[in-house]
Design a protein around this ligand. Structure first.
Ligand SMILES: [Zn+2]
Length: 107
């Protein structure tokens, strides 16, 4: 995918920016593949309903798409309920263009 992207913008030499620009102009057939799948839950549960928002009683994080967990009468986000899909490592790092460019060069 990356190599194909570079062919669309040969004038852009920094990989991150080449990908960023190429993905905006590449045809769908170059970007995507399609595979039939079987959902493990009803599609309605996955997409939820527009505008459904609650806040976690512990951390205050806004929870959208009915991803909240209910513990007794307490609304919890997945992280506070112990079902986080990630683990925090170190400090928050602000994301800005220079940082992305540096990462792209280092790949
Ligand atoms: Zn929380």
């Amino acid at each position: 995918m990356h190599q194909r992207a570079y062919a669309y913008v040969p004038e852009v030499h920094r990989r991150y920016f080449a990908q960023l620009k190429a993905y905006q102009i590449m045809p769908d057939s170059e970007l995507l593949t399609i595979r039939e799948v079987c959902l493990n839950m009803p599609v309605g549960e996955i997409i939820s309903r527009a505008g459904v928002r609650v806040n976690c009683a512990v951390c205050g994080e806004e929870i959208i798409n009915e991803r909240e967990m209910i513990s007794g009468e307490t609304i919890l986000c997945r992280s506070c309920a112990g079902q986080s899909y990630y683990q925090a490592m170190g400090q928050f790092v602000p994301i800005y263009a220079d940082h992305c460019a540096v990462e792209a060069v280092e790949r």
